[in-house]
Design a protein around this ligand. Structure first.
Ligand code: PEP
Ligand code: MN
Length: 348
């Protein structure tokens, strides 16, 4: 439930209310917005009468959060969550563009791609080093060697790096290198992994599961938020339907639905949601028109030779064209693509 404090409540009154929540055996999640201070009382609340908090000094009202996800709900946190990722803000008015190859394949491949996407206007670099492949015989990723190449690419371009984590055993090495932990579709309900990430204070990009409902996605976000990690970004990446013309079906509906249900930023991945390079720009434009806070796009200097997801990867020049189009759509929406930082190294 939410204990909404009066606008003139004193710090002492907030403290007393927090104490009462803890005494009732509930966890406290404080949300100090511009409009109001809200104390989230999270746990098994159904047997606890709201009256025990309503009578306290400084309390305006007490409301039950009706959705099964609490901290992720817009009811609990009416304003958009906005947080910084090395050089830009996510969740605010600016639209962020994350781009890079499906997999890090070599030092030269990731550095070349990083430079190209950076020049085209990308804000962050993606690249997988632990790959969730359908076949155990397919390329599984370069592991820590790949992280070192990504770190070098970050150093050269100034772009933060977004990398998928598949298990808790990878957490230690990932925390050493990455700026944003990506939880892939196949691990959206790996609850032990979500809990472990919830204990960190690293930003997370949580992708929707292959056949997960929007509510299930939000429940997974709740696992991370419940651990105290508030920097959760959601990502629609297409869902399984009967349609076979595309790899997945982009659930464009998910964007306005999520923006309505949650305060968390919402990105769209037009690469995995379509599976075809030819359709990526169209869906990227649609996503921004639908209110997405950003895009994550696969780009490869030579898609025909990519070790994974080449079919859906854009060549750098096609990606640059996509960014130009998305910029125009963003403007119509009263938004803009987040400006890029000055490069750390020039003339290379
Ligand atoms: C990826 O980003 O390369 C990836 C594996 O995505 P997803 O988890 O959405 O399939
Ligand atoms: Mn991929």
């Amino acid at each position: 439930m939410m204990i909404i404090m009066k606008s003139n409540a004193t710090p002492q009154q907030v403290e007393t209310a927090i104490h009462a929540v803890k005494a009732a055996g509930l966890n406290v999640h404080l949300s100090q917005g511009v409009e109001a201070t809200i104390i989230g009382a999270i746990g098994e609340t159904h047997n606890i009468p709201t009256e025990i908090f309503e009578g306290l000094d400084g309390v305006e009202t007490v409301q039950r959060i009706t959705q099964p996800y609490k901290l992720a709900s817009r009811q609990f946190h009416p304003e958009n969550s906005v947080f910084p990722i090395d050089g830009f803000q996510v969740g605010g008015n600016d639209i962020v563009v994350v781009a890079g190859p499906c997999s890090v394949e070599s030092r030269s491949q990731i550095i070349e791609t990083a430079q190209a996407v950076r020049e085209a206007g990308a804000n962050a670099l993606r690249g997988g080093v632990f790959k969730p492949r359908t076949s155990p015989y397919s390329f599984q990723g370069l592991g820590e060697e790949g992280l070192e190449y990504l770190a070098e690419a970050r150093e050269l371009t100034g772009m933060p790096i977004v990398v998928e984590i598949m298990s808790q055993t990878q957490l230690e090495v990932m925390l050493k290198y990455v700026d944003v932990l990506q939880v892939g579709a196949r691990n959206m309900q790996n609850f032990n992994l979500l809990r472990a990430i919830g204990e960190t204070r690293k930003s997370v990009l949580l992708k929707r599961g292959l056949s997960a409902t929007i509510e299930e996605l939000l429940m997974s976000a709740e696992y991370i938020l419940a651990g105290g990690n508030k920097q959760v970004i959601l990502c629609e990446r297409g869902i399984r339907t009967f349609e076979t013309a595309t790899r997945n079906t982009t659930d464009i509906n998910a964007i306005p639905v999520l923006k309505n249900l949650t305060h968390l930023p919402v990105l769209l991945d037009p690469s995995h949601s379509t599976g075809h390079a030819d359709y990526v720009a169209a869906i990227a434009r649609a996503a921004v028109a639908a209110g997405a806070d950003g895009l994550i796009v696969e780009v490869h200097p030579d898609p025909a030779r990519a070790v994974s997801d080449g079919k859906q990867s854009l060549k750098p020049e096609k990606f640059a064209e996509m960014v130009r189009q998305v910029k125009a759509i963003a403007e119509v929406m009263g938004r803009r693509i987040a400006p890029i930082k000055k490069p750390v190294t020039v003339g290379w």
